[in-house]
Ligand binder design. Structure first.
Ligand code: SIN
Length: 299
């Protein structure tokens, strides 16, 4: 296990807040009541939130009335922020905030409307995938728009022995472009990429089983969205193995389904979970702001 990867150089003079952390009756997740980010957060409160994030993998902050600046500042306490390759969907003046939205204004999408259409861990296609992501609700549909999270420590712990043996010590390729053309055919949210954008997302290779850098727990680290092949394995065998891993990794008993409430902010650990956007009916509007914190190179 390595040391904590936090950048916690924020002021420590904050007064203790009445923060209540309640675990969900689910394979992961807890809700956090009472956090007020308009006030300085004490080191002790920050440490509690950090510990809860490691223990529960997904934190749901309720009633968080915050500005994008406050979301950015809170996210930065966990590490440097990543800017999404689809820069055109960054919030004006705040490139670190990705707008996740199905809203079309004046014939143009205001954000990425099909983010999370396939199971994935954020930015696994980068050398340093994301440590965690924070998604803050701005406008929610009356129905639909849920987000599902699957616990990848449980996925590894329960993987049948023959599959554990098959993946031990192996690595797989992750590619941002894996599903891009397919998504582009079916939605208005996937612009043609420039040469510079394509150069930003060259394929990378990561271990299939990763070790969480802060807890030492092992997790399965492959996804339907971005993982394309097992390195050093014939294509047909690699396909069969990946399909088995994908099916196992999202077993219903590993999954928590988040039904959004106004002002929720969800903070998930991309080293421990994968997520999926369940989809929003076409006639309903949904808008959320996402910040993404850089993590370590998986090992
Ligand atoms: C994402 O994959 O970051 C978006 C998830 C969602 O829109 O529910």
């Amino acid at each position: 296990m390595t040391t904590l990867s936090l950048i916690d150089d924020a002021p420590s003079e904050g007064v203790a807040q009445r923060i209540d952390i309640r675990a969900f009756d689910a394979p992961l997740g807890a809700e956090v009541i009472g956090l007020d980010l308009s006030k300085p957060l004490s080191q002790a409160d920050f440490a509690r939130i950090h510990r809860a994030h490691l223990d529960h993998h997904v934190l749901v902050f309720r009633d968080l009335d915050i500005t994008p600046e406050q979301q950015i500042a809170f996210s930065r306490r966990f590490g440097p922020l990543q800017i999404h390759v689809l820069h055109q969907f960054g919030l004006g003046g705040h490139p670190e905030v990705l707008i996740v939205s199905n809203i079309i204004e004046n014939g143009k999408p205001i954000g990425l409307g099909d983010a999370g259409h396939f199971w994935h861990s954020d930015l696994s296609y980068k050398e340093k995938p994301s440590l965690g992501s924070m998604l803050h609700a701005q406008e929610l549909p009356a129905t639909g728009g849920d987000t599902l999270f699957s616990n990848q420590h449980l996925a590894w712990d329960t993987l049948p022995a023959h599959l554990q043996k098959a993946v031990q010590g192996r690595a797989a390729e992750h590619t941002y472009l894996a599903k891009y053309a397919e998504l582009q055919k079916r939605s208005p949210w996937r612009p043609n990429l420039t040469a510079a954008q394509i150069a930003e997302v060259k394929p990378v290779v990561h271990p299939i089983v990763r070790t969480h850098p802060e807890t030492g727990r092992k997790a399965l680290f492959v996804s339907e969205h971005f993982t394309t092949r097992v390195i050093g394995m014939p294509e047909d065998e690699s396909r069969v193995l990946l399909d088995e891993l994908f099916a196992h990794s999202v077993r219903a008993d590993f999954v928590y389904r988040h039904v959004w409430r106004d002002r929720d902010m969800v903070f998930w650990d991309n080293r421990s979970v994968m997520h999926l956007a369940a989809g929003t009916p076409d006639d309903q509007r949904r808008k959320l702001y996402r910040t993404t914190i850089e993590g370590d190179a998986p090992f």
